[in-house]
Design a protein around this ligand. Structure first.
Ligand code: NOJ
Ligand code: CA
Length: 562
């Protein structure tokens, strides 16, 4: 059971083939290059790869504008190379999930081309049309400032089509049963080629009602159950990880009360409050966000992340909180995007400060859920603000001090590799960090290993512990008669804390530091006094010393066997 629900205690690593590793020297990353890097990823300790879109695409939105769902873009290789890649992953026990982008297609997709050219085409109703410009055509844009409207006139179709995102991404009419059937077929196809699930793009929009009369879209949640059921029949351990930036009160609609909809969702609510905590040193709102997103079915899981390939969206914070995060992490207009977010990578946001980086990743690894890393984060890569919109945080992986960071032998990489400044590849690259036992890369590898050895975080129930200090977040997880306690100091000043673990009797009296040797024994009234350095963090196993020693002889301290 424990291993079957692999996503409850795994580590997911997100990458785009185009910018990871170029094997044939044409300047574009490819599946052959990625396959050569599988031992690196295996060594890092990740358990699943999330591949960003790699299907044929005009590539005007990082591949999120697909023109053929059943192929690999020839720039990245062939379907044969793809299967070699999934096979290589399987050999190493790494699962693969891929993006499922079915809210919209590219306007170059043959379905759209036929739909616009012929009113009588069966594909006409695969998209969302209006003869006249709907009254609210200038509302609901996802990319404000760049996208002007959600309805655009197509001169060939002589009608307006709906697009929640850019105008080259016409929305599919997901209410059409033929479209629904096609979505299942796409899933079935890639499952057959070895993937173990999907990161489903833009889920609230996929299931929303669409049309010229629709002012307030309503989500059709039953659709999620259909997707899940189909997937489970085809492959029992396959999952859907939903991209759904929704309010906590809607979480259960997405997970399904009985856990019959999405297996996983990204926790955007916690993400934004986590950045507020990092910016302000106040963990109160983060603790509140954790409690608000606590209810979920036993088989469901949160995806926890720091930065992703999009902007850091701060839309759920209050104006005052937003202002604080902008001031701390993106004060310059050039660092901000879509009037709501920051487009930088994490390391430059934190000023490259190793203590703060460790704190952030330690938090990500210990909040309730499964960590989702982004390629390059493990070596603290930077961004290139000269590139437009979100492109700045999507530069190629920096492998070595060779030209173009060893990403390609071509002198024309598809995206420029960061070369100048403190984050340039001469300073930040895998090869150097691999040699240095104290490098960030080696720290990440150790923290990921420890995260997997503490399944209580992935599986257990949590309590927020009263630490008596708003700068210090305390969390205790309980699972199968084991407990762990995690402390994080968000302030740069050291803190002395006196607290109780909150377990009955003396069961919380001994705290074993699993990352170092700062163990703690409770004093009077079962209270601990612990000194945390500025931005310090501590992972403890909780329990009597005798019990812990005995237990670790039996099972290495890694939970009770089922
Ligand atoms: C969400 C993706 O994360 C983003 O990169 C993309 O632009 C939109 N969906 C549209 O597919
Ligand atoms: Ca290539």
């Amino acid at each position: 059971m424990i291993d079957d629900l692999w996503y409850k205690n795994g580590v997911i690593y997100c990458l785009s083939v185009a910018t990871y590793m170029d094997a044939n020297g044409d300047g574009i990353g490819d599946f052959k290059g990625l396959s050569r890097r599988l031992d690196y990823l295996h060594g890092l300790g990740i358990t699943a790869i999330w591949l960003m879109p790699f299907q044929p695409s005009p590539n005007r939105d990082g591949g999120y504008d697909i023109s053929d769902y059943y192929n690999v873009d020839p720039r990245y290789g062939t379907l044969g190379d793809f299967v070699e890649f999934t096979h290589g992953c399987k050999q190493r026990g790494i699962r693969v999930i891929i993006d499922l982008v079915v809210n919209h297609t590219s306007d170059q997709h043959p379905w759209f081309q036929q739909a616009r050219a012929d009113k009588e085409s069966p594909y006409r109703d695969w998209y969302v049309w209006s003869d006249r410009k709907p009254a609210h055509a200038d509302e609901g844009m996802v990319f404000p400032g760049v996208q002007k409207s959600t309805w655009t006139r197509d001169r060939v179709a002589k009608a307006y089509y709906f697009h929640r995102f850019y105008d080259f991404q016409p929305d599919l009419n997901t209410a059409n049963p033929f479209v629904q059937e096609e979505i299942l077929k796409i899933m079935g196809f890639w499952i057959q080629l070895g993937v173990c699930g999907f990161r489903m793009d833009a889920v609230p929009f996929v299931i929303a009602t669409k049309g010229p009369q629709v002012r307030k879209p309503v989500e059709q949640f039953d659709m999620l159950r259909t997707f899940r059921e189909f997937l489970q029949w085809r492959k029992g351990d396959a999952i859907i990880l939903a991209e759904a930036n929704v309010r906590p009160k809607d979480d259960l609609q997405y997970f399904g009360d009985d856990g019959d909809r999405m297996h996983m969702m990204f926790n955007f609510h916690v993400n934004q409050h986590l950045f507020y905590a990092l910016a302000s040193g106040d963990t109160g709102p983060l603790a509140k966000a954790l409690v608000e997103t606590k209810p979920r079915p036993a088989t469901a899981q949160w995806g926890l992340f720091l930065r992703n390939h999009d902007e850091l969206d701060l839309g759920r914070l209050t104006k005052a909180q937003q202002a604080q995060v902008f001031a701390a992490f993106g004060p310059d207009k050039t660092m901000q995007l879509y009037n709501r977010g920051i487009r930088r990578r994490l390391a430059p946001m934190l000023g490259g400060d190793r203590r703060r980086l460790e704190l952030a990743y330690s938090l990500m690894c210990t909040l309730p859920g499964t960590p989702v890393l982004r390629y390059g984060d493990e070596i603290a890569m930077g961004d290139d603000l000269r590139l437009k919109e979100r492109e700045c945080a999507r530069t190629p992986m920096q492998w070595s001090t060779e030209p173009h960071g060893g990403f390609t032998k071509s002198d024309k990489p598809c995206v420029p590799v960061i070369e100048q400044g403190p984050y340039g590849y001469p300073h930040v690259n895998v090869a150097q960090q691999r040699r240095d036992p104290n490098s960030f890369l080696n720290w990440i590898e150790r923290i990921l290993r420890m995260r997997k050895e503490v399944p209580e975080i992935g599986w257990g129930d949590f309590e927020v512990i009263e630490t008596g200090d708003p700068a210090v977040l305390g969390l205790r997880y309980d699972w199968r008669n084991n407990s762990v306690l995690l402390l994080h100091n968000l302030d740069e000043q050291p803190r002395e804390l006196t607290f109780s673990v909150g377990l009955a009797g003396d069961s919380g009296d001994t705290l074993i530091d699993v990352l170092g040797d700062q163990h703690s024994q409770a004093g009077k009234r079962h209270r601990h006094t612990v000194m945390l350095e500025g931005y310090g963090y501590r992972w403890y196993r909780v329990g009597g010393l005798d019990y812990l020693l005995k237990r670790s002889e039996v099972d290495g301290g890694n939970g009770t066997p089922v």
